[in-house]
Design a protein around this ligand. Structure first.
Ligand code: SF4
Length: 248
């Protein structure tokens, strides 16, 4: 089984240290899960911004980099990701926070640069070069998990001695429409990353359809497989190019 990828969890305060104390009366932006794809440097990156009911946020890049945001940082990041221009940002921020125009522009520039560096330069150390705090995994409360693994079937074309599957191989399976409902529900509660597994998920004839559906909803998708069926061109050609990662 693949290990989780969430080893880099950071606290993104950046230029906002102390700003919260200067807030006039800030309303939280609507809670929920927001999905963006940005292609600033010829490499599309998937961003998910999960805004919690208290206004704090969780920003993820390709479901791999995880950045915790305070309320003001969440607001700035959302404005950046929707492509708001400077005038819009200044107007909106100043209508909500007691901060002058130049400060808004400085903060906007700084946080935009940091977001782009985090998205496109995976070699740079964010703690040393971006002044971000590192948070050890599982030390920060989160409202719901980041990722969910979906066992589409318990059938398998292998018979490994070490097999971890305890259920019988003919265990009843959900049909395609039911899995789509599950995916929609998972998205609604704020999970942005799903991994299809089993048993052997490639034995499901609707695997490509489910991956397509999940990608269209906005998920980053993954697949855990023994790989044996991946020699089939029909299966490989059907996999969407973006998002899907393979392991195991
Ligand atoms: S490939 Fe995985 S699911 Fe299949 S028998 Fe081996 S361990 Fe079990």
């Amino acid at each position: 089984m693949a290990k989780g990828k969430f080893s880099r969890i950071r606290n993104f305060k950046g230029p906002f240290r102390g700003l919260e104390e200067r807030l006039s009366k800030a309303e939280a932006i609507p809670s929920g899960l927001y999905h963006f794809t940005l292609d600033e440097q010829g490499v599309p990156r998937r961003f998910h911004l999960r805004v919690e009911p208290d206004g704090k946020g969780l920003l993820t890049i390709d479901a791999s980099r995880i950045i915790h945001l305070n309320e003001t940082a969440t607001e700035y990041v959302k404005l950046i990701l929707v492509g708001a221009d400077e005038r819009t940002v200044v107007k909106r921020v100043r209508s909500r926070y007691a901060v002058d125009r130049n400060k808004v522009l400085r903060d906007l520039k700084e946080i935009r640069e940091k977001v782009l560096i985090l998205a496109h330069d995976w070699k740079i150390c964010p703690i040393t070069f971006l002044d971000l705090d590192k948070i050890e995994p599982f030390t920060t409360p989160v409202s719901v998990p980041y990722r969910m693994d979906l066992a589409l079937t318990y059938r398998c074309n292998n018979n490994c001695a070490h097999c971890y599957v305890e259920r019988p191989r003919n265990y009843p399976e959900l049909d395609t429409q039911s899995w789509k409902k599950v995916l929609s529900k998972i998205w609604e509660i704020g999970i942005f990353h799903v991994v299809f597994t089993g048993g052997e998920a490639t034995l499901r004839d609707d695997l490509v359809e489910l991956i397509d559906y999940a990608e269209n909803v906005g998920f980053v998708t993954g697949l855990l497989t023994n790989g044996r069926r991946l020699v089939q061109d029909s299966l490989m050609k059907g996999f969407p190019k973006r998002g899907l990662t393979m392991s195991r």
